[in-house]
Design a protein around this ligand. Structure first.
Ligand SMILES: *[C@@H]1O[C@H](CO)[C@@H](O)[C@H](O)[C@H]1NC(C)=O
Ligand SMILES: *[C@@H]1O[C@H](CO)[C@@H](O)[C@H](O)[C@H]1NC(C)=O
Ligand SMILES: *[C@@H]1O[C@H](CO)[C@@H](O)[C@H](O)[C@H]1NC(C)=O
Length: 449
């Protein structure tokens, strides 16, 4: 299985990097940059090994995961404390006011993480805990050196903490039920449009979202959601019980998510999805996620700390749509939310939600500036981002794997569109299709691993 996965990776990466062969004597020679291994290969090796080991000894592995799930929140909490500490530092740093005392405090905090990580590693030695321990030890040394030399590089420190944070998140991710269906992780191709249709309301509704209920064992159910009121708000979702009805725009039912489009439970922006007969969306005018369960007609909400709203951090590469600050996505395992925070310098932040309680369970921070992207979607825990090529073409150029915390910037998966602006892209794990709201047109694509 391992070798199979590795071979697959090379093919995908080679294809997306468009490496050319060269004839030499009577053989074909290709030069591969070793950096193409950096993203998926390591991850495949590690996870495949883990899966193989656990297949040999399931209970052992599950116990490890369980213990790790207890340890990780502790490490995470300490990391958060350090980050809070850095806020005043930032002020002091920019004003040249920091002094040895502050650095001493930082060193103390790092000691705290170090002890937590050391305990975790002692109780449950694993590659991850060992690596984290190594990193913390290194960060401690750096802090001591800064103390000695009286230099304080806040950016470097922040970037280190971000990496540590992502790895702690990743450590928490391997679920107890780890036999994921996502063996082949990175997408290799997107088809020509397999559905192209104008929305059923009006061509003037240039922003919104559409798709198919993303829950694996859900009924075949298509939905359409158009934004009104300056392409900003919405309060109904149109549902179809079959593909034929959807294509013919008939036999639909309009469900009310809120009583009006200015109600506090109304929808803001075009990041909406439907998952298990529940609409997930940004709540009206706030940095909160709402879920509206159509079956029970109940609304829940949860705060997204620090999320930029009101066009602070929209998707905005070219021909931008407003009100795209918060983007909901679903894959086979979870509901995800993509946004940006000031704390992460306007770069994309990805959080995983528990879809029933609507709690945020994990948060990763990427280095991808949100305004440099047209739209995003999630497949198998991998975040994909697209960019504008021209009016009729878009391209997936970036991926961030939440199971490794690694990013790759070298993808090139082009796909067609019928108009310049994209208000929403979402992936459906049931039919593995990508759904796009393209200036009032509804398009869908098949995707291939
Ligand atoms: C499986 O677990 C048992 C009990 O913990 C242990 O004795 C055995 O060595 C493990 N086998 C492998 C292949 O890891
Ligand atoms: C919606 O409500 C139904 C009925 O109570 C429940 O079975 C389902 O899990 C709920 N879905 C979500 C996503 O909360
Ligand atoms: C969700 O968060 C609340 C408040 O933090 C907590 O009490 C509850 O146990 C969490 N639920 C789940 C399923 O994690």
């Amino acid at each position: 299985m391992l070798s199979y996965l590795l071979v697959f990776t090379v093919i995908v990466t080679v294809e997306t990097q468009r490496i050319q062969g060269e004839q030499k004597d009577d053989s074909c020679v290709c030069k591969l940059s070793s950096s193409i291994w950096a993203f998926p290969a390591v991850r495949f090796e590690k996870i495949s090994k883990q899966v193989q080991t656990c297949e040999e000894n399931l209970t052992e592995f599950q116990k490890k995961i369980k213990d790790r799930n207890v340890q990780m929140p502790k490490i995470e909490l300490t990391l958060k404390k350090i980050k809070d500490r850095l806020a005043p530092f930032e002020y002091l740093n920019t004003n040249g006011l920091y002094n040895a005392l502050h650095l001493q405090k930082l060193t103390d905090e790092l000691d705290e993480i170090y002890y937590t990580a050391r305990d975790a590693n002692k109780k449950n030695p694993s590659k991850e805990t060992e690596d984290i321990l190594k990193e913390v030890t290194k960060a401690k040394k750096d802090a001591q050196n800064m103390y000695k030399n009286n230099v304080f590089n806040l950016e470097t420190m922040k970037s280190k903490l971000r990496d540590l944070n992502n790895r702690v998140q990743t450590c928490k991710t391997i679920p107890e039920d780890f036999r994921s269906t996502c063996h082949q992780r990175i997408m290799s191709r997107i088809s020509s449009p397999v559905v192209t249709k104008l929305n059923s309301v009006s061509k003037s509704y240039i922003s919104g979202a559409w798709g198919r209920d993303a829950k694996r064992d859900g009924k075949e159910r298509y939905w359409e959601h158009c934004l009104v009121s300056g392409n900003q708000h919405g309060n109904t979702i149109r549902l179809y019980n079959s593909y034929e009805d959807f294509m013919a725009s008939k036999n639909y039912k309009d469900e009310y998510i809120a009583s009006s489009y200015s109600h506090k439970n109304a929808v803001q922006g075009s990041g909406t999805i439907l998952y298990e007969n529940t609409v997930f969306y940004q709540c009206y005018g706030t940095a909160e996620i709402c879920s509206f369960n159509i079956t029970t007609q109940a609304t829940k909400r949860v705060q997204l700390p620090g999320a930029g709203i009101e066009n602070k951090f929209p998707f905005c590469y070219y021909s931008c749509r407003d009100w795209t600050d918060i983007d909901l996505e679903a894959d086979q395992d979870a509901v995800w939310v993509i946004y940006a925070t000031e704390e992460n310098n306007g770069n994309i932040v990805v959080s995983r939600l528990d879809q029933l309680s609507l709690n945020v369970t994990h948060t990763w921070k990427t280095r991808l500036f949100k305004r440099s992207v047209t739209s995003t979607f999630m497949v198998c825990g991998v975040l994909y981002a697209t960019r504008f090529v021209n009016t009729y073409q878009e391209e997936v150029f970036y991926a961030f794997d939440t199971t490794t915390g690694q990013e790759v910037n070298t993808l090139s998966l082009p796909f067609e569109k019928v108009s310049a602006g994209i208000a929403n892209l979402n992936y459906n794990p049931v039919d593995r299709r990508l759904y796009m709201y393209n200036d009032g047109y509804l398009l869908a694509y098949d995707t291939f691993n």
